[in-house]
Ligand binder design. Structure first.
Ligand SMILES: *[C@@H]1O[C@H](CO)[C@@H](O)[C@H](O)[C@H]1NC(C)=O
Ligand SMILES: *[C@@H]1O[C@H](CO)[C@@H](O)[C@H](O)[C@H]1NC(C)=O
Ligand SMILES: *[C@@H]1O[C@H](CO)[C@@H](O)[C@H](O)[C@H]1NC(C)=O
Ligand SMILES: *[C@@H]1O[C@H](CO)[C@@H](O)[C@H](O)[C@H]1NC(C)=O
Length: 157
């Protein structure tokens, strides 16, 4: 995706990315790549929506992925709403240390919300609404310091 298009899709990130509250966070440029491939592998079905998520394509050009400008090759936002994803959300997403926006709404995701989502301390926008998620919302999500938008409706939580 082109950067300008990304800004249209994620307008709230423009401001966020220019603020400087980030400090040294662990994990490397490879971990985001591996975390997303594990997420893809954990799905039962993705209707070719994630065809660009392959090792020959640059991570920052994968569908729905927006990389950070400040932290090279780290994922800032993931927007896969709606792309017909069916399956569980893998805990690997907890490795996306710099993730600020996660939108997986309007898919067919089931199972529980991985607890590690509550460890993504940079998160400001989380939309998992309109899926078939079950169980309880991990309480740590409510403690995320920058979380401003939280949408979980239309699930079985
Ligand atoms: C990660 O960074 C290392 C060292 O800067 C580089 O050699 C490697 O190609 C990078 N990997 C990816 C997936 O960008
Ligand atoms: C990898 O993604 C690119 C971009 O969408 C696509 O053109 C290519 O066919 C894909 N490769 C494989 C092996 O799926
Ligand atoms: C997170 O990344 C580390 C380092 O690459 C890896 O060992 C670990 O398995 C990953 N965690 C998950 C839940 O995928
Ligand atoms: C999600 O949205 C679709 C289309 O808007 C709708 O058909 C479906 O019933 C919704 N699913 C849930 C769990 O609300």
């Amino acid at each position: 995706m082109f950067p300008a298009l990304n800004l249209l899709l994620f307008p709230h990130l423009l401001l966020l990315e220019t603020t400087s509250y980030s400090h040294a966070l662990p994990l490397s440029n490879e971990t985001d790549h591996n975390a997303l491939l594990a997420f893809k592998a954990g799905l039962n079905y993705q209707s070719d929506a994630l065809a660009s998520w392959n090792i020959t394509t640059d991570l920052c050009k994968w569908r729905g992925v927006m990389c950070s400008l400040r932290h090279k090759r780290r994922v800032l936002a993931l927007n896969l709403s709606p792309t017909g994803l069916f399956g569980y959300i893998t805990p690997s997403l907890g490795n996306l240390t710099y993730l600020r926006s996660l939108d997986l709404s309007y898919n067919l995701l089931h199972g529980e919300i991985p607890r590690v989502i509550g460890q993504l301390t940079q998160m400001s926008y989380l939309d998992l609404s309109n899926n078939s998620l079950q169980g309880e919302m991990p309480w740590t999500i409510g403690q995320l310091p920058w979380l401003t938008y939280l949408y979980l409706s239309n699930n079985s939580l």
